[in-house]
Design a protein around this ligand. Structure first.
Ligand SMILES: *[C@@H]1O[C@H](CO)[C@@H](O)[C@H](O)[C@H]1NC(C)=O
Ligand SMILES: *[C@@H]1O[C@H](CO)[C@@H](O)[C@H](O)[C@H]1NC(C)=O
Ligand SMILES: *[C@@H]1O[C@H](CO)[C@@H](O)[C@H](O)[C@H]1NC(C)=O
Ligand SMILES: *[C@@H]1O[C@H](CO)[C@@H](O)[C@H](O)[C@H]1NC(C)=O
Ligand SMILES: *[C@@H]1O[C@H](CO)[C@@H](O)[C@H](O)[C@H]1NC(C)=O
Ligand SMILES: *[C@@H]1O[C@H](CO)[C@@H](O)[C@H](O)[C@H]1NC(C)=O
Ligand SMILES: *[C@@H]1O[C@H](CO)[C@@H](O)[C@H](O)[C@H]1NC(C)=O
Ligand SMILES: *[C@@H]1O[C@H](CO)[C@@H](O)[C@H](O)[C@H]1NC(C)=O
Ligand SMILES: *[C@@H]1O[C@H](CO)[C@@H](O)[C@H](O)[C@H]1NC(C)=O
Ligand SMILES: *[C@@H]1O[C@H](CO)[C@@H](O)[C@H](O)[C@H]1NC(C)=O
Length: 400
């Protein structure tokens, strides 16, 4: 019985896990013309990542020429990308196209970093006494490293020299694309499918405002939009996970669902654990909270000059529903940002349906022992009692 339970629990999920692997290909500044003068085509402004499956390709466009922006577009396997480099970031026309058109797309912009003054130590952005906005356009963004394999790609982006040196601090963004199901290599080890990318944002040594007397905390403002007209995303969907083996101490998973995902169809979504790390070590004792706030509809004006503007064009103003999402880091009595000068937060951005919780081997063993052992005791115990009773009965002297 115990073994049956174990075998069943182990084999059934393994059999249902058949999603094919996607092959990862990439190109830096695709189609950047030789005689282009505005930028050096050797310095990555746009990275085109293709996760090629048998029937479709998930294209990721990661752009660094304005505010960092990420677009995910699902196309036919051989769709061609065209970029009108000359007007990039400086037009309301559609300058970036796929031919044939994507069946679906979902985009995100890292819009602002928000520094807020929290003298009451609430770690709640909405209760801040005052705040300062760091516009992500004012960082100088440079690709530091690209590491690629057949099944994944990792890109390290550094933002520094804010406003030509008017503020000190580094923002590191690590982007990954995956062609196979799995878990992120670092805590919080986010689960991802083979249709997924991952973003890790680290705020390092940011110079806090003097007026805030070392009682500053930081947050991020993201903009999201998907290609389905007229419907925005709902609130962030929150679920409990049964197992914290991959992210010790954190049982919650937050999902930002596009309308398609909410309806049970394939669409874009973002997932994260409500945790951030305050040191590169990322141990459980170096963790703090990542708090999110309600979504808001925003005007497309925020997205001017970004990849999303160049991709969606005037649709962004007329038919699509751009929204913004705030996240802040910290918990009360943690000494504020200045205690560690380090906040790292991870999320996945993916296509399809969010991955289902899988039980880890440890949990399966515990379940098997927990459910199996009583069964064994019950069966054996029952048999023993029965045999004993029968025997006693047989041993009883026949009175009559
Ligand atoms: C760059 O070269 C193309 C043809 O190769 C030409 O059409 C275009 O006008 C040139 N642009 C500039 C800015 O010289
Ligand atoms: C770009 O890189 C190529 C090959 O590495 C090199 O030949 C070319 O001079 C570089 N262009 C610029 C503008 O640095
Ligand atoms: C790809 O398309 C073929 C034929 O339409 C279908 O049999 C197969 O299941 C599809 N594969 C995936 C992964 O959707
Ligand atoms: C942006 O477009 C305007 C008008 O179309 C032009 O005058 C300007 O030079 C462009 N700027 C850049 C950086 O290309
Ligand atoms: C911050 O705001 C709260 C309530 O709005 C107020 O009680 C407190 O005095 C303010 N603190 C500072 C330092 O301004
Ligand atoms: C930094 O300075 C350069 C040249 O002085 C200017 O072109 C650029 O716009 C400035 N960047 C920011 C973010 O202020
Ligand atoms: C930012 O990063 C660069 C390169 O990694 C490093 O040299 C510099 O010291 C960092 N600055 C801060 C304020 O951490
Ligand atoms: C955001 O826009 C959508 C579509 O126009 C609308 O249905 C929704 O009510 C708006 N949400 C808010 C909070 O205004
Ligand atoms: C995010 O925070 C900023 C600064 O406090 C605020 O202006 C903005 O409205 C907030 N956006 C959302 C979606 O909460
Ligand atoms: C991945 O994308 C394909 C469509 O290309 C979809 O059929 C599949 O359900 C997605 N997988 C997951 C795990 O969402």
């Amino acid at each position: 019985m115990l073994w049956l339970t174990l075998v069943a629990i182990l084999i059934i999920p393994a059999l249902s896990q058949q999603d094919p692997v996607r092959e990862i290909h990439w190109a830096s500044n695709p189609g950047c013309p030789d005689n282009f003068t505005r930028w050096d085509c050797n310095e990555t402004q746009i990275l085109h990542v293709m996760a090629k499956g048998p029937n479709d390709t998930i294209n990721y466009l990661w752009a660094f020429y304005s505010k960092p922006a990420l677009l995910m577009a699902v196309t036919e396997p051989e769709a061609r990308l065209q970029i009108d480099w000359n007007q990039l970031g400086n037009s309301s026309k559609r300058l970036i196209r796929f031919d044939p058109q994507p069946t679906y797309s979902f985009g995100l912009v890292l819009d602002r970093i928000i520094e807020f003054y929290d003298p009451l130590d609430k770690a709640d952005m909405t209760q801040a006494n005052s705040s300062i906005v760091w516009d992500c356009r004012k960082f100088s963004w440079t690709v530091k490293d690209v590491t690629s394999g057949v099944e994944n790609l990792r890109v390290e982006l550094l933002g520094n020299n804010y406003g030509n040196g008017s503020k000190i601090g580094n923002v590191s963004v690590v982007l990954s694309a995956f062609g196979r199901d799995g878990y992120g290599p670092l805590l919080p080890h986010m689960q991802h499918s083979n249709n997924a990318s991952q973003v890790e944002i680290t705020l390092k040594n940011l110079e806090t405002s003097e007026d805030f007397k070392s009682e500053s905390r930081f947050g991020l403002q993201l903009m999201v939009v998907d290609s389905v007209p007229g419907e925005g995303m709902d609130e962030v969907f929150h679920r409990r996970s049964l197992d914290d083996e991959h992210t010790p101490g954190v049982f919650d998973i937050n999902t930002l669902q596009t309308p398609e995902v909410r309806k049970g169809e394939a669409g874009g979504y973002m997932e994260w654990r409500p945790v951030a790390y305050t040191s590169p070590v990322r141990a459980i004792e170096e963790s703090t909270s990542a708090v999110h706030y309600p979504l808001r509809n925003v005007s497309q004006a925020h997205l001017k000059g970004t990849l999303l503007h160049d991709f969606y064009g005037h649709n962004l103003a007329h038919v699509l529903v751009p929204q913004s999402l705030n996240i802040s880091f910290g918990i009360a009595e943690d000494g504020f940002y200045d205690a560690t000068k380090y906040n790292a937060w991870t999320f996945t951005m993916a296509y399809g349906q969010p991955p289902k919780d899988k039980f880890s081997l440890l949990v399966i063993m515990i379940l098997a022992v927990g459910l199996g052992l009583p069964t064994v005791i019950f069966v054996f115990g029952g048999t023993y009692m029965c045999v004993k009773k029968c025997r006693t009965r047989r041993d009883e002297p026949l009175v009559n």
